[in-house]
Design a protein around this ligand. Structure first.
Ligand code: NAP
Length: 386
């Protein structure tokens, strides 16, 4: 059966991989809508190739420029947060790939959920900031959320047909990023280019920096907490530099299930798009014999102190994950902009959370207002210190 797919964040790393999966399965998937930020040249190419019914960009003036770039076309061009929500909730969509980066992905993801779509979720920040709300609305509107993050896809696949109450521990693996083996005292001076040079994955800038600090894994712990409804005590992280085993689930009878696949996001994306079917992948298979060794180590909190901040937010729940995520996004932005050093990312987020008192927040407006408040608090703190 042909299925119509919306790709939100189509010009990014996940978005481009999702379009490649669709390109290779033309009898199964058609692109219905796209949403992107400011990469108009690539978006114009995507419009020419996939002929979506609607696309959205961030800025109003870019909508006009884009229309000029593509020339005569039936594709409607929208803009702003409402444009991205329209691209998500578009009537013809069956599946929505949610791959906008950061909290900007929350409103479109919620719009897709409320329109009852199947959501292939890469945008972990929306689950971290608003997991309970997203899942409540998903139940209400009969929307299914399928993880795209490789670790969550791994847990999802290991849990197929299993009883959640039989799970002893779900383990998310982390490559350890570019600074796994650098001397601790050298970490503080690491440059933006060094932080972006991930040894295993080619990703967007924000998630690459999060991988270097290991906050990415902290956010993923919280994402897993909500997605699978497992209590924090049943969630663990192990460093696994080879990035071949993406997740392991230990059952109460002592069996450990693991999900392995090549280090290529097109695999979990295809799993999410075709679920519950499994289709042939054109990618080279995993060559187990050439792997030689698979290592697993506990996380060293001196090297990766962010993980303790994430554990705090996971235990506190309520608005603590929103604050963690917002402070981190603002700090990573400042690091990428050259305003703070690599070690200042942790120092900044820790200072914000030290004074933070978690609140009970219900609706989207409260969540977004709290996100903005913590972001501005973080920016002010950074401005005072620099
Ligand atoms: N990359 C990975 O391997 C990976 C793996 C697991 C999970 N994830 C998650 O997937 C999400 C995307 O990651 P990524 O690596 O693909 O990031 P990325 O390469 O930076 O791409 C982000 C995409 O979002 C678009 N965008 C940014 N702000 C937007 C806004 N306000 N409205 C609409 N579109 C906007 C960007 O558009 P422009 O580029 O046109 O400005 C781009 O298309 C993140 O939440 C990340 O944590 C990524």
């Amino acid at each position: 059966m042909m299925r119509n797919v919306a790709v939100l964040g189509s010009t990014g790393s996940i978005g481009r991989s999702a379009l490649d999966v669709i390109r290779r399965l033309p009898r199964r998937f058609r692109v219905s809508t796209l949403a992107a930020g400011a990469n108009l040249k690539l978006l114009a190419e995507q419009i020419r190739e996939f002929r979506p019914a609607l696309v959205s960009v961030v800025r109003r003036e870019d909508a006009g420029v884009l229309a000029g770039l593509v020339g005569r076309t039936k594709t409607l061009v929208a803009f702003g947060p409402e444009g991205a929500e329209d691209a998500a909730a578009f009537n013809g969509n069956d599946i929505v790939v949610s791959a906008i980066t950061g909290t900007s992905g929350l409103r479109p993801t919620l719009a897709a959920v409320k329109a009852g779509k199947t959501v292939a979720l890469a945008n972990k920040e929306s689950m971290v900031a608003a997991g309970p709300l997203l899942l409540r609305e998903a139940r209400r509107w009969k929307s299914t959320v399928i993880p795209v993050d490789s670790e969550h896809s791994g847990i999802f696949q290991c849990l197929a047909g299993e009883d959640l109450s039989a799970v002893r521990t779900a383990i998310l693996t982390a490559s350890g990023g570019p600074f796994l083996r650098v001397p601790l005292r050298a970490m503080a001076r690491k440059s933006v280019a060094e932080a972006l040079a991930h040894p295993r994955w080619k990703m967007g800038k924000k998630v690459s920096v999060d991988s270097a600090t290991l906050m990415n894994k902290g956010l993923e712990l919280i994402e897993a907490r909500y997605l699978f409804g497992l209590p924090p005590a049943k969630l663990k992280i192990l460093i696994h530099p080879q990035s071949v085993v993406h997740a392991l689930v230990e059952m109460r009878d002592g069996s450990v299930l693991a999900q392995l696949s090549p280090t290529d996001m097109r695999i979990p994306i295809q799993v999410a798009l075709t679920y519950p079917e499994r289709l042939e992948s054109p990618l080279p298979p995993l060559d187990l014999a050439s792997l030689r060794r698979l290592e697993f180590h506990p996380v060293d909190p001196r090297r990766f102190p962010m993980i303790e901040l994430a554990a705090w937010a996971l235990a506190e729940e309520r608005s603590a994950p929103i604050a963690l995520n917002a402070a981190n996004e603002a700090a990573v932005d400042a690091f990428l902009g050259g305003r703070i050093s690599f070690s200042d990312i942790h120092r900044t987020v820790a200072s914000v959370l030290e004074r933070y008192r978690p609140l009970d927040l219900g609706g989207l407006d409260d969540i977004l207002a709290e996100d903005l408040r913590v972001r501005s608090l973080t920016r002010n703190l950074i401005a005072k210190r620099t």
